[in-house]
Design a protein around this ligand. Structure first.
Ligand code: ADP
Ligand code: ADP
Length: 227
């Protein structure tokens, strides 16, 4: 069953065409990696699926999940290098902010349920000792994990990660993929990456932007998509 359908999607920024006529079906509990060259429109595709950028033409359907009868909830782990780590906020406060998805107005209070969800996620990801740290004091790998926690705290059906291993060392990168392999049992995982070495060992399907190729159910990458 498909959870996201992208149909003839084009996105322009002024005169720049970031995406041109992209079609993509994403299945429930699939582990999909989207690869492509820098500037190929990978981040744009994620943002469009999240509703952060409006399509210039085409449509994106977020379907109901088979278990709930409600539209899939999406969790987003933005690209690490775009975030300001000097922002004065603790790990706990950053994680619980992930519960904002359903809140409106600046003066809301977190409920007991929000707090419980934050603690559960922090414990699950092994971040308990870092709870009261400022984000500026974290290593790249730790911060990446905190960003995953923030995305997971809203119990998403689809977890989208933009270059999750771009700013971390090899061992943290393996930790992250190990975590994603675990999470895959519960949700759809979409990773955007230009790193084809991690791609082949973890993912089950690969979509390549700019080469109109969508490769399903085989971990072996075809020759022409390896840069
Ligand atoms: P990728 O994630 O594959 O590196 P992006 O989606 O970030 O690609 O960018 C695709 C194209 O759109 C690039 O040419 C980039 O310069 C351009 N682009 C991205 N964001 C903007 C923006 N906010 N304004 C103008 N051009 C943009
Ligand atoms: P309050 O409602 O008074 O703001 P919180 O629920 O935010 O209280 O928790 C206050 C402190 O209690 C936290 O900083 C944390 O140290 C501790 N705490 C609360 N819940 C848990 C939990 N499930 N696991 C570990 N520590 C917790």
């Amino acid at each position: 069953q498909t959870i996201i359908e992208v149909n003839n999607l084009s996105v322009n920024y002024g005169n720049v065409t970031a995406l041109s006529d992209v079609n993509l079906s994403i299945y429930e509990k699939e582990f999909l990696t989207i690869i492509g060259p820098n500037g190929g429109g990978k981040s744009t595709l994620l943002k469009a699926m999240l509703g952060l950028i409006a399509p210039s033409s085409g449509t994106i359907d977020i379907n109901k999940t088979s278990e709930s009868n409600r539209k899939a909830r999406l969790g987003y782990v933005p690209q690490f290098s775009n975030l300001d780590k000097r922002f004065p906020i603790t790990v706990y406060d950053l994680v619980i902010m992930g519960r904002f998805y359903k809140k409106i107005g600046p003066f809301h209070r977190y409920t007991k349920k929000d707090k419980q969800a934050a603690w559960d996620t922090i414990n699950r990801l092994g971040l308990k000792d870092l709870t009261d740290r400022q984000i500026g004091e974290l290593s790249g790998g730790q911060f990446q994990r905190v960003l995953v926690a923030r995305a997971l705290v809203s119990n998403p059906h689809v977890l989208m990660l933009d270059e999750p291993t771009a700013s971390v060392d090899k061992s943290s990168s393996e930790d992250i993929y190990h975590l994603l392999t675990e999470l895959k049992k519960e949700m759809t995982i979409i990773v955007v990456s230009h790193d084809t070495t991690v791609v082949s060992s973890y993912t089950e399907s690969v979509a390549c932007l700019n080469q109109s190729l969508h490769y399903h159910g085989d971990s072996e990458l075809p020759e022409e998509v390896i840069y």
